[in-house]
Design a protein around this ligand. Structure first.
Ligand code: ATP
Length: 353
């Protein structure tokens, strides 16, 4: 497997649309690197430039030791798996997986060996003689993965490969992709707009916004400390509570007297937006905190999400399922845990240390 370097990638389409502004990414050898962002942020275009399916307007792509800009996709030694797995309907599972090797005119013995290896790893052995129409969606997606694997590529490029599967199968396949990537020690670039998928899969996550890199970090880094309000809104479900506050003596204070631990690096009187995860608020029937009224609640089994209206706004609060409060009940809301990140209201970037 190989590292992938994206240097100052810029892609403008002939109609003037700029899909990628100027992107620098260093994907490590054996890394599962997730590109996450809303529709239209430039994820797919970046992936297609790496694959050679789009030509970059400027910038450079390097895979392993080789600068591949200008090379055809077939010369780049990478494998792509798409949302639409596009299996050949008239070919068996075995022949679908063998296809790229036959196209590359590999010897029959090598083809048999590699298909058998992929079928074993993906538990597709019972299905080798079936055609795709006789397989479930998950099995078809495994065949598509197998077809990518047999080539022993330098890197796997995955573009929303699980989007078409139902929720349960998606979670199973997600675990399978991660397990497979680890067993193969594969370099994998995985594009998704689903933050849960990104958090579950990624060694690192690149959050993209309008053709630019918004933040790059390990999943818990981007979860605990989003670099901008955009990243704060994008990661986490329900998302971070974003609260206008002012730095007072040792605290961030919001409307109605709601207080949060102040992070380092701010000056007294500074106006910021505090980012508080729903699990960093707690509510009680009586006790410390500011007054709030429960507007709605969503029972998730092991926990309940309460929406609480306070003077400082509507907050999501995550509580264990044992916490029982009624709608319309007046409760005390309190901030718990670590100091929240604070954002400059104008630049929308994090300002706390
Ligand atoms: P999605 O998740 O919806 O696929 P994305 O983040 O992958 O979104 P891209 O497909 O990379 O986004 O598109 C980035 C921008 O480039 C969008 O504004 C899109 O409309 C535009 N775009 C993509 N392909 C072309 C094209 N061939 N011609 C002109 N504009 C294009």
């Amino acid at each position: 497997m190989a590292e992938v370097h994206v240097r100052k990638l810029h892609k403008a389409f002939p109609d003037g649309t700029v899909a990628v502004e100027e992107l620098d990414l260093e994907i490590k050898d054996g890394e599962l690197f997730v590109m996450l962002g809303p529709s239209g942020c430039g994820k797919t275009t970046t992936l297609r430039c790496i694959a050679g399916l789009e030509e970059e307007t400027s910038g450079q792509i390097q895979i392993g030791d080789e600068v591949v800009s200008g090379l055809r996709p077939s010369e780049r030694d990478i494998a792509m798996v798409f949302q639409f797995y596009a299996l050949y309907p008239h070919l068996t599972v075995r022949e679908n997986m063998a296809f790229p090797l036959r196209a590359a005119k590999r010897p029959e013995a090598e083809i048999n060996e590699r298909v058998a290896e992929a079928a074993r790893m993906l538990q597709l052995e019972p299905y080798l003689t079936r055609t795709p129409s006789k397989l479930s969606g998950g099995e078809q997606q495994r065949v598509a993965l197998g077809r990518a694997m047999v080539r022993h590529p330098k890197a796997f490029l995955m573009d929303e490969p699980l989007t078409n599967l139902d929720a349960e199968l998606r979670a199973d396949m997600r675990a399978e992709v991660k397990h497979l990537q680890q067993r193969l020690n594969a370099t994998m670039i995985y594009v998704t707009h689903d933050q849960t998928e990104a958090m579950a899969l990624g060694d690192r996550i690149a959050i993209m916004n309008k053709g630019n890199l918004e933040q790059l970090g390990a999943p818990m880094e981007v979860y605990n400390r989003p670099a901008s309000l955009f990243a704060a809104r994008f990661i986490g479900s329900p998302p971070m509570n974003l609260i206008e506050a002012e730095v007072t003596n040792g605290h961030l204070t919001a409307a109605g007297g709601l207080q949060m631990t102040a992070p380092e690096g701010l000056s007294r009187g500074q106006k910021v937006i505090a980012g508080v995860r729903p699990e960093n608020f707690t509510i009680s029937a009586t006790g410390d905190g500011v007054q709030g009224r429960i507007v709605s609640r969503e029972a998730l089994g092991d926990e309940t999400i309460f929406v609480v209206e306070c003077q400082a706004g509507l907050f999501h609060v995550r509580m264990p399922a044992t916490a029982r409060f009624d709608e319309e009940q007046v409760v005390a809301v309190r901030h718990v845990g670590v100091a929240p990140p604070a954002y400059d209201p104008t630049t929308e970037k994090v300002v706390s240390a």
